[in-house]
Design a binder for this molecule. Structure first.
Ligand SMILES: [Zn+2]
Ligand SMILES: [Zn+2]
Length: 229
């Protein structure tokens, strides 16, 4: 599937490119791959991406569950860069996602996870069983900067989209104060926050942001951490 068609599907409300599973410490334990798929079917989505914080370890079970139910899965993660900027990295290839997962595991700041403080981080298999937990805190930052992502990932295979850029936490604007001139595939606007919306040259009708002499497409996603029903 072409990147352009994924962004188009998002515009049509058919693709959610930012969903957390129970593996993210801040997400609810009910966010299992099966439950995410049920939610997507109810919402009439056709394409969904699993983007846990700095990990793709629940992507294999997620992919299987999507395939069983006729959904198009996308794999990846929400990387927390050294600047504490959240960036969605999304691919159609499970293998590529798992390869980058290893890079992140080697580069994340290793803080022991205390489930009572940060939350649980269970890895789920295809049978919806917990097969392990990640011992280090997945919400920590990795030791490379946002521009390094572009040298680590082949742009041909990946969508690279800064998350919730209008949010007052972990966003390009909150951390850097500007949108760097990098070849992002799109920028994500959070529907839940409008902190910096006035600052952005955001054309709501066309869903584009004009900056750096470019027009970036805008995507809007759920950033789902728990089911709202
Ligand atoms: Zn985020
Ligand atoms: Zn998120």
């Amino acid at each position: 599937m072409l990147k352009e068609s994924i962004i188009f599907l998002n515009k049509q409300g058919l693709a959610d490119l930012h969903i957390h599973s129970c593996l993210s410490p801040c997400a609810d334990l009910s966010m299992s791959p099966l439950n995410i798929v049920k939610y997507a079917l109810e919402k009439k989505l056709t394409t969904i991406a699993l983007t846990d914080h700095n990990t793709a370890k629940n992507c294999p079970a997620f992919g299987k569950e999507c395939q069983k139910n006729g959904l198009n899965p996308l794999f990846g993660m929400e990387v927390n860069t050294i600047e504490e900027v959240h960036v969605l990295c999304i691919t159609e290839s499970l293998d590529k996602a798992l390869e980058f997962d290893q890079v992140l595991e080697e580069n994340i700041l290793k803080i022991k996870n205390d489930p009572d403080i940060f939350g649980d981080q269970p890895v789920i298999n295809e049978k919806e069983e917990i097969v392990g937990t990640i011992p280090y805190y997945l919400g920590a930052s990795v030791n490379f900067s946002i521009d390094k992502i572009f040298s680590l990932l082949n742009k041909k295979d990946w969508l690279i989209i800064p998350s919730h850029i209008n949010r007052c936490k972990n966003s390009l604007i909150s951390q850097l104060g500007f949108i760097p001139d990098l070849p992002f595939d799109a920028l994500e606007i959070s529907g839940k926050s409008s902190t910096y919306s006035a600052f952005l040259k955001y054309d709501i009708e066309k869903r584009i942001i004009k900056t750096n002499g470019k027009e970036y497409p805008v995507v809007i996603n759920s950033d789902l951490h728990f089911f709202e029903y």
